[in-house]
Write a protein that binds this ligand. Structure first.
Ligand code: UD1
Length: 420
């Protein structure tokens, strides 16, 4: 298993380009199953999760090749209906084939994803959405089995106890674009990735209104066609770089980014003392002051994203005062906390929040990555820490960030990958 070795305390300076959004590429690739045609999907990130989705599609019989940042997909011919445990256990988002397969074949069998490092992660809302369209769903031998020869549009209140679900909104939207009649998803997730998937489906001919609001209206059409589509920039990658710049007191232009997608994160960066400048497709981040403390509570979009909570915790561990970071979306998403403590951070977890007492410096240590965003948090801490940080299990970071070490090195970080 590879490790990252980081010699900290190097200022990040220069320019970096943001890759396409992993979390919209995954459902867009799955959505190509909705019809028999050819697709070209541009600006996809070359990260492990995308290659796992490629394997899922290939297992189903789809022809897909990825050259540079473009995927060429041919979904013509017969496709299978089963996504096996072997692949789903590697990546929960494999469940995105459920809606498209059900729509195309009237049948899907997808392994239940199970829990993960950030909590139990139920999928009841995905099942609720598909059932509301008339699908018959049962859990058999660890698999979700869905049948529904003819799906019918319906009014679906989809919001769960912890708020709207990105995954359930997208799965239900994908299943309904070819259903009979009109579907209205109430309590829909409003994340930019939902909008991106809707825009892709519209490019294929789907009739969708309201994506990006809490009410999405889908008028089913008989057939979709293939298309060429360009994925939006990854907002979480943009935010992760922005925080890395702030913690190293750097000065970087983040290019090919969409600042409107991470407004709350940029506002928080301003609050803690960063200078933020914005252009059409770039974000300038410069930090010359001491880091000021702040409080953060994650919330569904347009609130502060749960996917940025761990990285911001690293930043605030060096703030000039006390901060509180609360995550009610994934209450167990604090695996980075004990690792940051090993680096000298003064953090105390109390249920769904962490009290952060800022310390003057972090010290490099051997730490272990536990999930995608927690590993980004350790990386950020390592960039600022005195001495050497060794991060093991970095396959977690490779799931979502493309060649992060090379791109940080270009900005002046001293980081390299130890192959083991
Ligand atoms: C997606 C993102 C993930 C991000 C999350 C929240 C992908 C591949 N992953 O995950 O990076 O952290 O959105 O922005 O896009 N819930 C239920 N029942 C369900 C589904 C979800 O109760 O059937 C709950 C979850 O436990 C959580 C909340 O709803 O508390 C939001 O989760 P959801 O938006 O579904 O997250 P994902 O789509 O899995």
């Amino acid at each position: 298993m590879d490790k990252f070795i980081i010699e900290g305390e190097k200022r990040l300076e220069g320019e970096v380009e943001i890759k396409g959004a992993k979390n919209s590429t995954l459902p867009i690739l799955a959505a190509t199953l909705l019809t028999e045609d050819e697709f070209i999907i541009e600006n996809i990130p070359r990260v492990k999760d995308i290659f796992t989705m490629k394997r899922v599609l290939e297992t189903l019989g789809v022809s897909i090749s990825i050259e540079d940042d473009t995927a060429y997909i041919d979904t013509r011919g017969t496709v299978g209906y089963e996504a096996p445990y072997e692949l789903v256990k590697q990546m929960r988002a494999s469940y995105y084939v459920l809606g498209p397969l059900l729509s195309r074949l009237g049948r899907a069998r997808v392994s239940l994803p199970g829990g993960c490092a950030i909590g139990s992660r139920p999928i009841d809302l995905h099942i609720k959405g598909l059932k509301a369209l008339g699908a018959d769903i049962s859990i058999v031998h660890g698999y979700i089995e869905a049948y529904g020869k003819s799906l019918d549009g319906s009014n679906i209140p989809l919001e769960g106890q912890n708020g709207p679900s990105v995954g359930a909104t997208i799965n239900t939207m994908m299943a309904s674009v070819r259903a009979n009649g009109v579907t209205v998803i109430e309590g829909a997730a409003m994340e930019p990735e939902v909008v991106d998937v809707a825009n892709f489906l519209k490019e294929c001919g789907a009739n969708i209104q309201g994506a990006g609001s809490s009410k999405i209206k889908i008028r089913g059409i008989g057939k979709l066609s293939g298309c060429k589509y360009r994925v939006i920039p990854d907002r979480i990658e943009s935010g992760t770089f922005a925080i890395a710049v702030a913690i190293t007191k750097g000065d970087v232009i983040i290019r090919r980014a969409e600042s409107g997608h991470i407004k709350t994160v940029l506002d928080k960066l301003k609050e803690i003392g960063a200078d933020i400048s914005l252009g059409d497709d770039w974000i300038g981040v410069k930090m010359v002051r001491d880091i000021m403390p702040t409080n953060i509570e994650t919330a569904p979009h347009p609130g502060f994203p749960t996917d940025m909570q761990a990285q911001f915790t690293s930043l605030l561990s060096l703030a000039n005062g006390v901060s509180i970071v609360k995550d009610k979306i994934f209450e167990e998403r604090f695996m980075h906390v004990p690792e940051l403590v090993r680096m000298g951070a003064d953090l105390k977890r109390e249920g769904d929040y962490v009290i952060i007492k800022g310390v003057p410096y972090l010290s490099g240590a051997e730490v272990m990555a536990s999930d995608l965003r927690a590993s980004a948090a350790l990386l950020i801490a390592g960039l600022a820490a005195e001495g050497t940080t060794k991060i093991s299990r970095i396959y977690h970071i490779d799931r979502g960030y493309e060649k992060i070490e090379d791109r940080l090195a270009v900005l002046g970080a001293s980081i390299w990958r130890l192959k083991e």
